[in-house]
Write a protein that binds this ligand. Structure first.
Ligand code: PAP
Length: 337
């Protein structure tokens, strides 16, 4: 261990799945110390939720969260210790998390792995980069501690709920956001895949209305984006604020910006050899979607539901909302501008 408690640097990141499999002995009992507090928090006021999981949603400091994520969040706020070299990917769900996980991981993993036999060809990006709240909620706090530096971790928490150890240290945060209308459409289809069809869901109008009112997991989305945007203006060296639609338009430009921000800029030689383009290609929607692991694999989840790796790859485009929202209710759509 390094003197600051962080595990020393390795030349390339190891997929989190591998670290987890070799450190199962570190799994602890699920944290329960905040359950009494959680039980006092307001419950979701709406009867029909998009997901019919057992977990009710609670309102904590203006943010709606499932009880399990909240349990993880409170444990994380209390116990998480960041390292200066940590890189956090923060995002609202369905804003480009999978893609950004792949890009960050591949940017760091570009020296020792041939891009042809890259871990991303055999691991879903979510198996490479952990989702912090869930890891804390399921007793895997100590596994996060043994990830070699530089650790890459993902959170869906708004800036206001991040542990002080993240906001007050010199570690970096990459934030990706997306047109909220496309976020809603993307989540609508994702939920259908998980639940096994639209007939198990609320109607799209109800689903839309929940988001519109901020009554969704990690919602309201507006506060989420605004919190990171404001902080990125204040501390641009701390937060890289990226937009999904911009990356789609100019992936090479943003891949370079990402590497620079992460402290591992591309060398002139790498640029001349086309390494940036290769990484962009490796992480592209089409390449990732076509890997067998993303066609047939599954992810374990905290809610004991079955999430297929394929469910993270649908269209991968900007503006699909026009096929759903305008045709239903143009008045609502215009509120977003
Ligand atoms: P998560 O927050 O649950 O991990 P996230 O990855 O943010 O989900 O969102 C999934 C969306 O990203 C999907 O959008 P869609 O439903 O509108 O199609 C998915 O298709 C898209 N996506 C996944 N990988 C990529 C990629 N490599 N490039 C572009 N878009 C991608």
């Amino acid at each position: 261990m390094a003197s600051n408690g962080c595990v020393p640097h390795v030349d390339f990141p190891i997929p989190y799945k591998t670290i987890q499999e070799t450190n199962n002995h570190l799994i602890e009992k699920r944290p329960e110390e905040h359950d009494a507090l959680i039980a006092t928090l307001p419950l979701e006021p709406f009867l029909e939720r998009p997901f019919s999981f057992d977990q009710p949603y609670r309102l904590y400091k203006g943010v709606w969260m499932s009880e399990i994520n909240l349990r993880g969040t409170l444990a994380m706020q209390q116990r998480f210790k960041s390292c200066p070299t940590d890189i956090f990917l923060a995002s609202f769900p369905k804003s480009g998390t999978t893609w950004s996980k792949a890009m960050i991981f591949a940017t760091l993993a570009r020296t020792n792995n041939s891009l042809n036999q890259h871990p991303l060809s055999t691991h879903n990006p979510h198996q490479c980069v952990p989702y912090m709240e869930v890891e804390f909620a399921t007793g895997k706090r100590q596994i996060l501690e043994v990830i070699p530096s530089p650790r890459v971790m993902n959170t869906h928490l708004p800036y206001s709920l991040l542990p002080d150890s993240i906001t007050e240290s010199s570690c970096r945060i990459v934030y990706v956001w997306r047109d909220p209308k496309d976020v809603i459409v993307s989540m609508w289809y994702f939920a259908q895949k998980i639940l096994g069809g639209a007939d198990k869901m609320v109607t799209f109008d109800q689903f839309y209305e929940h988001y519109y009112q901020g009554l969704n997991s990690y919602g309201p989305i507006w506060n989420h984006v605004l919190g990171y945007w404001e902080e990125s203006k204040r501390r641009p060296e701390k937060i890289l604020f990226l937009k999904y639609e911009h990356i789609l338009q100019e992936p090479v430009k943003y891949a370079k910006q990402l590497a620079h921000f992460m402290g591992c800029p591309y060398s002139e030689t790498e640029e001349n050899q086309g390494v940036v383009e290769q990484i962009v290609e490796l992480c592209s929607f089409k390449t990732l979607k076509d890997f067998d692991v993303n066609k047939y694999g599954n992810l374990p989840t905290s809610d004991n539901i079955n999430v297929t790796n394929a469910s993270f790859f649908r269209k991968g485009e900007a503006g699909d909302w026009k096929n759903h929202i305008d045709s239903r209710d143009g008045r609502k759509a215009r509120h977003y501008y």
